[in-house]
Design a protein around this ligand. Structure first.
Ligand code: TXA
Ligand code: MG
Length: 337
């Protein structure tokens, strides 16, 4: 398949024309990758069964793993859910556009393929001028998972999307680095207690403050799962963010972790391994979020065989969110030192 590439950095007249072309592709049932503030998305008309099926095909994504529906205007929410209420309104006022996805009961307008057969739908308004302009011009809500091949780290740079999706979809809009670098916080509002199903840079404390009630974190996050486990978010059960290299996380006192990583590195290099090291400063977890997926892809490019990573402090909300991605990347291999 021929894939058009539109590079769009700022919203000048030339670039708005490119966005218009991409919007027409979406409206006609095509698949277009586009930037958001979190990671790049792989978009199609969320209300068009056939268009959405092309996303699953391009990603190699299991069909029971639902997609997030992206909107540019709060009014689009009214027709996607039967359960619109004050809480949604409040959250939207505070956090949209932004890295928050809400799970709410779906309306019958949303096709089953978009929600993986669930009776709830995930909705988010991304905080990126190109994404908002694209959705607005397409005139439809846009279903979009992260624009990576299923199982690979999410794309945070235009070139990552080109690597994974060139030849598989109709068009890619590249627009430099994604500001945040990890995916949105997913908040399930479909049950009594609001529950975070995927941690992100919006923290439970911030959400709780705006809603005026307690928000809990799904205890299934960051747990190794047995074969009988049925997660609330179908995406939880699949392999994620896996680099080609084997990855090990070292957890413990900072100094000990560094000493152990250096020891293992030396030993493994003697055995002929190419070793990559991933260490983040406690003071800059936002930076870690921004770097993580790009770093994993960079190790793959350099043919690294083994990644040795220092654990982040999970008492910090953003540390917890980044650590969640690292644990998945490493297949939950953690060594305590
Ligand atoms: O930041 C993001 O959220 C990015 C950008 C592109 O917006 N999107 C993203 O989509 O990360 P994806 O498909 O890679 O991850 C969405 C996750 C999946 O784990 C999926 O299982 C879960 O959201 N999900 C979607 N709809 C759901 C629903 N109705 N109930 C529970 N989980 C749902
Ligand atoms: Mg994803």
């Amino acid at each position: 398949m021929k894939t058009l590439i539109y590079d769009v950095r700022e919203l000048n007249d030339d670039n708005l024309k490119k966005i218009d072309e991409a919007a027409i592709i979406l409206r006609n049932g095509g698949v277009v990758a586009f930037p958001t503030e979190t990671v790049y998305g792989l978009g199609a008309d969320a209300l068009n069964h056939k268009a959405v099926s092309k996303i699953y095909e391009a990603k190699g994504r299991p069909s029971d793993n639902p997609l997030i529906v992206h909107i540019s205007d709060l009014e689009q929410c009214y027709s996607l859910t039967d359960g619109f209420n004050e809480t949604i309104e409040k959250l939207a006022q505070h956090f949209w556009p932004g890295p928050l996805t809400i799970i709410v009961p779906k309306s019958n307008k949303v096709p089953d393929i978009t929600t993986g057969g669930l009776d709830t739908v995930a909705i988010r308004m991304p905080d990126h001028p190109v994404a908002l302009e694209l959705i607005r011009r397409a005139g439809c809500p846009v279903a979009a998972p992260s624009a990576n091949i299923s199982g690979k780290p999410s794309p945070t740079k235009g070139e990552h999307v080109v690597e994974d999706m060139f030849g598989r979809i109709d068009a890619i809009i590249t627009s430099g680095d994604c500001k945040v670098g990890i995916e949105s916080t997913i908040l399930d509002l479909s049950e009594d207690v609001p529950t975070i199903l995927r941690p992100g840079i919006l923290t439970p404390e911030e959400l709780s403050k705006v809603m005026g009630k307690e928000v809990i974190i799904d205890p299934a996050i960051n747990k190794i799962r047995d074969k009988d486990f049925v997660p609330k978010s179908p995406g939880m059960k699949y392999t994620h963010y896996a680099p080609n290299a084997e990855m090990i996380i070292f957890q413990g006192e900072k100094e000990k972790v560094i000493t152990e990583i250096e020891r293992v590195k030396e030993q493994k290099e003697k055995e002929g391994y190419k070793v990559g090291i991933m260490l983040y400063d406690d003071q800059s977890y936002l930076e870690a979020a921004h770097e993580l997926f790009a770093q994993l892809r960079e190790f793959d490019k350099q043919n690294v065989d083994l990644i040795l990573a220092g654990a982040l402090n999970s008492d910090d909300s953003i540390g917890f969110a980044v650590m969640n991605r690292m644990l998945k990347s490493a297949g939950y291999i953690v060594v305590k030192v």
